[in-house]
Ligand binder design. Structure first.
Ligand code: TYD
Length: 200
């Protein structure tokens, strides 16, 4: 089973993924956790370029680098780990590019789907989108300290990203489950488990 987690900044998805991994391992499942952008040597190098506060690049370049990092991630990690593990979980996948680049950067869904055509063959079985108000999510990330090039965008950008996610959830209702991101990480995790218990 291939599962992705999506959400804006400070949605708590990374913590939820770590808790889920522990639970699944206790239930004797083999689990592989990965992330985007990243997950392979080349993709981590691209990640560094993308998130560096000193990287000035056009929005088209940004979208293409995310797509390149994803192609490498699919070929080097996702396809392989799905053969050897019961469950592969990725922290972000194609929906991030739709929310952040198609909507946040106004590049449009058509362009993002075109450059990510390859990834469309390897979509997750299920995606959990953790929905939080951007101002609440950003307040959570302030406690983390270091912020990257995308975290540092204006609140209006993060609001466009959230709107993008809500649109993506409408585009793929059979795959995407929207989870209310209010409350503690334990609350959010419980909401995810309610759905997963039915599936596993
Ligand atoms: P990361 O530190 O992994 O952020 P988070 O903890 O919020 O998941 O940084 C990834 C950043 O890259 C995040 O701001 C979302 C952004 N991103 C895109 O803009 N497009 C994409 O396709 C992906 C995968 C990520």
């Amino acid at each position: 089973m291939f599962i992705s987690f999506e959400g804006g900044e400070g949605s708590g998805k990374t913590t939820v993924i770590n808790k889920l991994k522990e639970t699944l391992i206790k239930a004797n499942k083999s689990v592989y956790v990965t992330r985007e952008p990243g997950g392979t040597k080349i993709s981590e190098a691209i990640r560094h370029i993308l998130l560096d506060n000193n990287s000035n690049m056009s929005f088209h370049t940004e979208a293409l680098l995310f797509a390149a990092s994803r192609a490498e991630h699919i070929d080097e990690v996702i396809k392989e780990k799905l053969k050897t593990h019961d469950i592969v979980i990725t922290d972000r996948f194609l929906d991030s590019s739709i929310a952040y680049q198609a909507f946040g950067r106004d590049l449009g869904v058509e362009f993002i789907l075109k450059i990510n055509d390859y990834a469309l063959n390897y979509m997750p079985d299920v995606t959990f989108y953790i929905d939080v108000e951007p101002k609440d999510g950003l307040a959570r990330t302030k406690n983390r300290g270091k912020s990257d090039r995308l975290d540092n965008e204006a609140l209006s950008f993060h609001e466009k990203v959230r709107n993008g996610y809500l649109e993506v959830a409408k585009m793929y209702p059979e795959r995407i489950i929207t989870i209310d991101g209010d409350g503690t990480v334990d609350d959010i995790y419980e909401r995810v488990l309610v759905h997963l218990r039915k599936m596993l």
